[in-house]
Design a protein around this ligand. Structure first.
Ligand SMILES: [Zn+2]
Length: 478
């Protein structure tokens, strides 16, 4: 059975001393049998910290017995805030807790969690893991991570005044805080020992803030899990992706063939990737042009009701008769049609004028110079879709040769993001001959404001999510 004296000795061994300020997260049952129960644990902490020290406990979420004891202690000061509330006993209780509600966020600057770092305090985890470390929410808030939301609360201030206030960058559902332990250990920021049966960890709050900010700036997903079955983190990763895409000059779309087979699957994948535009090429293995008007309109509606816009329809052949295609596009409100630049296009150019649609053309079996010449020979100017995989299949190096000879700087409205070997075999991005990394880099340098279409105009070597991850890796490494 543990005694107060033994606990005090262990806390000293952990490095705690008179005058320290400690934010404690605990599960006292994990200690095993303690003489006098949780009150003895509380007394041990207060003895070690002395009258000049301060003990804080969060009093929201999952509470423990020790938390209840601190909260109900007549000496305790409670931080006046409906979110991220803490109770504190000791010399700096007021200094740490005052005006908590006036902070912009629940856990960031101006809250007890941030003040603890500024005042040289510590975070102690007693028999619980990093998952319970509230200070980490402050780091997320300070980083203004894109997946955080705000929360609005109406509450009563100590002086009786009622206030309604929005707290920004409020934490959401799942976090992989436990994944930080090994990194903290590697950085020497974690003191660990065992008291009874409980693992006890101590971290300097300022050091935790410093490392967390550093890691989060490097990787905004640093506390998210990678489990594809964790719906919360899939959504949170998507928010980070969407935020990073929004910083680019180009618009980002995905071909429906890459997005999935059925529309609900496509929507799920597009949402998980943080992409809001879809280019309709194939649906359920069939060309979008083969669907009757009603069916096409219902597909488009299905996307729209999930916040996804159809950017264009795309065919990999030129049907003899434009009428059924054009008549299906109109009620579906799809106004742009991408066709390969082959054969006789007269009927299509006529239909474009009379039906009020816009035609755009993609390169097929020609090299850059020949494709551009053909495009220029059309009776009216038209925009080009640069498909690097087709240039590869035509035996040309897309970046070094096609891009330059085709003067695409003026005509290009869209770049298909895809990759393949010379023989046409699909490859993962930047693992084939399409020079896709160079192409993405060059359009970025000129602040290209057209569309990049993931998986556009060719079959892909991977599924939508892997593809999108590969694309993000390209953006991050150029
Ligand atoms: Zn998760």
């Amino acid at each position: 059975m543990l005694t107060k004296k033994q606990i005090v000795e262990k806390l000293h061994e952990l490095g705690l001393k008179t005058g320290d300020k400690v934010l404690l997260h605990s599960s006292t049952v994990s200690l095993g049998e303690v003489e006098g129960g949780p009150q003895t644990v509380l007394d041990a902490f207060l003895e070690v910290l002395g009258t000049s020290g301060t003990l804080l406990v969060p009093i929201f979420g999952r509470l423990g017995i020790l938390t209840d004891l601190v909260r109900d202690d007549p000496r305790a000061v409670k931080s006046p805030c409906p979110v991220g509330t803490v109770a504190a006993i000791g010399a700096d209780a007021e200094a740490l807790c005052h005006d908590h509600w006036t902070a912009e966020t629940a856990h960031g600057v101006g809250t007890p969690f941030h003040r603890l770092g500024e005042m040289g305090g510590y975070v102690c985890l007693l028999g619980v893991d990093q998952d319970r470390n509230t200070l980490l929410h402050g780091i997320e808030a300070m980083l203004q991570l894109p997946y955080l939301n705000s929360t609005t609360r109406t509450f009563t201030l100590p002086d009786g005044k009622e206030v309604t206030k929005e707290f920004k960058y409020y934490p959401g559902p799942h976090r992989n805080f436990i994944g930080l332990d090994h990194r903290l250990r590697a950085d020497g920021a974690l003191k660990e020992l065992r008291i009874g049966n409980a693992e006890v960890r101590l971290m300097a709050a300022a050091e935790l803030w410093r490392l967390g900010m550093e890691w989060g700036k490097e990787d905004p997903a640093f506390v998210l899990c990678d489990n594809p079955a964790c719906a919360d983190c899939v959504k949170q990763h998507a928010a980070i992706a969407r935020d990073s895409f929004a910083k680019e000059s180009f618009r980002l779309a995905m071909s429906s063939r890459l997005a999935g087979r059925y529309v609900p699957e496509m929507i799920e994948n597009l949402q998980a990737c943080g992409i809001d535009l879809v280019e309709l090429d194939y649906i359920q293995g069939k060309s979008a042009a083969q669907y009757p008007a009603e069916k096409l309109a219902s597909f488009v509606q299905e996307f729209q009701s999930s916040g996804i816009v159809v950017s264009a329809m795309r065919l990999n052949y030129v049907p003899d008769d434009p009428t059924p295609v054009v008549e299906a596009m109109q009620p579906a409100h799809v106004s742009t049609l991408i066709l390969p630049l082959v054969g006789s296009l007269e009927k299509w150019l006529d239909a474009e004028k009379s039906a009020g649609i816009t035609l755009e053309f993609a390169n097929t079996a020609l090299g850059g110079a020949a494709f551009s010449a053909q495009l220029k020979a059309l009776p009216a100017p038209h925009k080009a879709h640069f498909n690097p995989v087709n240039f590869v299949k035509a035996g040309e190096m897309p970046f070094l040769r096609s891009y330059g000879t085709g003067r695409f700087i003026r005509t290009m409205t869209s770049l298909d993001v895809n990759d393949a070997l010379w023989n046409g075999t699909p490859r993962r991005l930047a693992q084939g001959n399409a020079e896709i990394k160079e192409l993405v880099s060059i359009v970025r340098c000129r602040n290209f404001n057209g569309t990049l279409v993931l998986g556009g105009g060719a079959p892909c070597a991977t599924d939508a999510r892997q593809f999108c991850q590969d694309f993000r890796n390209i953006l991050e490494t150029i």
